[in-house]
Design a protein around this ligand. Structure first.
Ligand code: AR6
Length: 169
């Protein structure tokens, strides 16, 4: 049985086994949720990320959480929204799917996601949440260890869409 929870707040405060970072291809930090995670985890996180050789869009890589409550950070890279004809939806799906698989393979029981690509990368929020719902439904039967998946919304708009979408599951 897997519990899905929609929350409003700061993902760096999550006490889940893993939190997901909406990073860029370099994995060397940035603004938004990426910046917040690096600040909260401390400089050891950047040192660990430097050893990963970046990350292609839609894939995911793992580090420890260092000063975070979470044991692991899963760094994934969502697509930049370019109008919708550049396989943005498929790439967003892959980012969620590969993050879930990596956490589950590591034996994590709980994971927290931010709203990947819906900030600087400009993916339409209302569309993104439907894709997230779809990929979660697809992945649930495959997960062996995860029992808790949190969606941590920072902005009011995403929170509104997530509550509407996941309350209808
Ligand atoms: N906790 C949870 N969610 C947050 C937090 C936080 N502390 N801060 C922001 N958000 P963005 P992207 C939400 O721009 O669109 C970075 O510079 C925010 O409201 O962080 O995937 C990377 O290095 C939004 O809904 O990520 C990349 O260059 C969501 O996080 C680029 O931004 C994602 O917004 C990635 O862009």
């Amino acid at each position: 049985m897997i519990t899905l929870e929609v929350k409003k707040g700061d993902i760096t405060l999550e006490k889940t086994d893993a939190i997901v970072n909406a990073a860029n291809n370099s994995l060397l930090g940035g603004g938004g949720v990426d910046g917040a995670i690096h600040r909260a985890a401390g400089p050891e996180l950047l040192e660990a990320c430097k050893k990963l050789n970046g990350c292609p869009t839609g894939e995911a890589k793992l580090t420890e959480g260092f000063r975070l409550a979470a044991k692991y950070v899963i760094h994934t890279v969502g697509p930049v929204w370019k109008g919708g004809a550049q396989q943005e939806s498929e790439k967003l799906k892959s980012a969620y799917k590969n993050s879930l698989k990596l956490a589950d393979d590591k034996g994590c029981k709980s994971i927290a996601f931010p709203n990947i690509s819906t900030g600087v990368y400009g993916f339409p929020k209302e569309k993104a949440v439907l894709i997230v719902k779809e990929i979660i439904a697809e992945m649930l039967p495959e997960l062996k260890h995860l029992t808790q998946i949190n969606f941590v919304c920072f902005d009011e708009e995403n929170y509104h869409y997530y509550l509407n979408t996941f309350n209808q599951v």
